[in-house]
Design a protein around this ligand. Sequence first.
Ligand code: GLU
Length: 445
Amino acid sequence: MSDAVRTRFAPSPTGYLHVGGARTALFSWLHARRHGGRFILRVEDTDAARNTDAAFAAILDGLRWLGIDWDEGPDVGGRHGPYRQSERRAIYDRHLLRLAEAGHTYDDQGAIRFRFDRGAGPTQFTDRICGPVSFDLSDPETSPDMTIRRPDGSYIFHFVNVVDDIEMGITTVMRGDDHLPNTPKHIALYRALGHEPPEFAHIPLILNADGSKMSKRDQGAAVQSYMDDGFLPEAVRNYLCLLGWSPKDDREKLAIDEVIARFDWPNLNRKSASFDLEKCRWLNGQYLQAMPLDQAWLSARPFITGAGLPADDPERGRAILAIVRPKVRLLSELSEWFGWFEDDRLTIDPAAVDKALGDPDKLAAVRELRAQLADLKPWSGDAVQSSVAEVAARHDTKPGKLMLPLRVAVTGQTSGPDLLPLLQVIGRDSTLARIDRVLATASES
Ligand code: GLU
């Protein structure tokens, strides 16, 4: 078991969960899953001044939403909580004592500093992604000894990070390449604590399309915004996989099991990934379209009720969804389309009425059609279409020429969802009542 792969995600809860962090978590998780290893969540919250409960909750919510599950941790209400460094002080004290006893530390105005071994030559290692790396810590001017405990007794990130990676038996440290310059210091700590360092894999940062570094303010930076905007977690996770990993063919929509099976170092990019929210939206549309309808309805429902639209009838909800989902990419775009199916959302556009029903013959045809629909049995989109064809024949016109007048008579607008499926869903009573309402405005003009 000791040589099994063990990875971790070690966020500091100082803001919301950033896509860069989520991507790091995902890659660490993928590596563990690929090798049948374990993935650990460790919240690095030793800096009390900067941590917030909201940030802590956002990390957990975001990871759970993305389906990135962790394998170990203290029991919290029957499931694994994350490890929290703020609860592990005794462990750090013990390791600090050992370091001190071995002569690696000294007191500096109440702070405890770690003494680098200046004569050991450059620190060299081969990063799994970045390749061979060499750092020279020999110059105290450029690499001063590192503080590992503040005068107030709180521990500095570098020390607790390394102690925990040792304690948790981490075999592969995957993290953003902004941590690459920290790595020689961490390696020095490993050695002083009597351990060989794990392998490192530093993932290039995510850039905006214009090459600038992605910041907190950029659209799509916070995982929470994907939840709010109606993205599907599977789609976002798939998109995040592509930010630095590639199947080495042209495919972009990949099931997570396949990504796991093919997650390997040669497929990880050394170049920075460039962030493309538009592509993520596109991918979301692909997922939404391919999802089983009942599952899609469950995902869509909160966005329907959130817009004040009824969602109590799952059969009706699914029927509408089947009609309108090809039109959207995000769940949040659905409510606008669902509105077409609610009588009380009918908005009559006088210009549309004038355009489609201004011609007396068209108006007469729609009146005739209305009479025919009143007796139509059984009610269905196909049956409506046959009625349209019959009325059109009587008026010496093509059925297609009556579709716009019918659409405007039922919806008050010249555009909207596919008409016959809409009529099938709203049913006869609603169809006739709507036609009456619209024709009343047509006759007035
Ligand atoms: N707490 C550090 C961060 O959020 C973790 C770095 C690491 O993964 O080692 O950047």
